[in-house]
Design a protein around this ligand. Structure first.
Ligand SMILES: Cc1cc2nc3c(=O)[nH]c(=O)nc-3n(C[C@H](O)[C@H](O)[C@H](O)COP(=O)(O)O)c2cc1C
Length: 231
């Protein structure tokens, strides 16, 4: 079985049909968050489904990491935003340890991006504004949340119908619904290259340690260094 699976996996095409041009540090906006936004929109333009979906990794109090896919709701000059319940596993872990890792993967353009940073809750008004922008189905489903409690499928569906009947118009924002903002300290841009000579550029905030060939002479805290990495 293992042999067959291995052969089948090996037969799956990787990085096919791409036209890698490579990118240089100069192609990335001075603020990496702006470049992240540009890469998401470029992936969307190339037909990538859900290009704003990202894997968020958190770490529990006992050091166990956990990950899940979330939608990036917005990006500004400082932060990258996502929304979820504060009493979910991720919410509980973030309250204890705000350090996170985030991963995007856009196979259509042969690109990935990862960042590490610190996630904190925004204020109530911002969380409620995020909730208000969700579609009715999304707002209803947010009320089906029961922290990490096991549930019964029929019970869930019945509760969904009950909620829909109880709230024919407005659906209130659950108190646990929270818009989080991630302030990155490191962002790495990656693009598949011809013959697997990939391009990697790492951006680090001035406060972080620079290990490679980036330029740092005139950087001030808050500025970003950027450096190429070996593929
Ligand atoms: C494409 C996609 C988008 C998702 N977006 C969100 C989201 O924006 N917020 C959220 O709380 N869960 C989202 N989920 C569900 C999460 O992956 C996860 O199952 C849920 O948040 C519970 O995570 P936790 O128990 O680790 O806290 C999404 C799942 C997928 C597959």
């Amino acid at each position: 079985m293992t042999e067959t699976t291995r052969n089948r996996f090996r037969a799956i095409a990787v990085f096919e049909g791409l036209d890698p041009k490579g990118f240089t540090t100069a192609d990335l906006a001075a603020n990496p968050l702006e470049a992240v936004q540009e890469w998401i929109l470029a992936a969307a333009g190339a037909g990538q489904a859900e290009p704003h979906a990202m894997t968020l990794c958190t770490v529990g109090a006992d050091g166990t990491p956990s990950s899940r896919v979330l939608l990036c709701k917005d990006i500004d000059g400082e932060r990258l935003y996502f929304a979820s319940h504060s009493d979910s596993r991720k919410g509980v872990e973030l309250a204890d340890n705000p350090r996170v890792a985030v991963q995007f993967h856009w196979p259509v353009v042969g690109r990935q991006l990862r960042l590490t940073g610190t996630a904190t809750a925004t204020d109530r008004a911002a969380s409620e504004a995020d909730f208000a922008e969700r579609g009715r189905g999304s707002r209803l489903s947010a009320h089906l949340h029961r922290a990490t409690a096991p549930g019964d499928r029929e019970e869930v569906l019945a509760e969904c119908r009950r909620l829909s009947d109880a709230h024919p118009q407005d659906i209130p924002c659950p108190p646990s619904w929270t818009l989080y903002g991630i302030v990155p300290s490191e962002v790495e841009f990656w693009e598949a290259g011809t013959d697997r000579v990939h391009t990697r550029v790492r951006c680090l905030r001035a406060a972080e340690t620079l290990t490679g060939n980036g330029t740092s002479d005139d950087a001030t805290p808050g500025d970003w260094y950027r450096e190429y990495l070996w593929p």
